[in-house]
Write a new protein. Structure first.
Length: 110
């Protein structure tokens, strides 16, 4: 369901960008490093949105791959040290957290 909402929001954003860009069709001057050119503002808006989407996709892919690599290393570590695997399985069966819980102590204001 989460992915469906992401798709709906992405399509809604694309629709808003399309309507906004189609209402701005006046030509603007775009300056490059080696020159300048006059193009319709609609192309500038759509191209900028497209590049922003590509940038966000690349950042998301980087973090996804980083998490997958971390998971891979953790699974390899569990296979290498079976006592950790046995300990984690026994704590799951007893419904005991594998990490200690932090308890804040009360401080007296006396």
């Amino acid at each position: 369901m989460k992915y469906q909402w992401n798709l709906v929001l992405a399509l809604l954003f694309a629709l808003i960008v399309a309507v906004f860009s189609l209402s701005n069709t006046t030509p603007v001057s775009v300056n490059y490093l080696i020159g300048s050119k006059e193009v319709p503002l609609v192309l500038v808006i759509i191209f900028s949105s497209f590049l922003g989407g590509i940038a966000i996709g690349l950042v998301g892919t980087f973090f996804y791959m980083k998490l997958k690599w971390r998971l891979y290393k953790t699974e390899k570590e569990l296979q290498r040290r079976p006592e950790i695997k046995e300990k984690s399985e026994s704590s799951e069966e007893l419904n005991v957290p594998s990490e200690p819980m932090l308890v804040q102590s009360e401080q007296n204001n006396s």
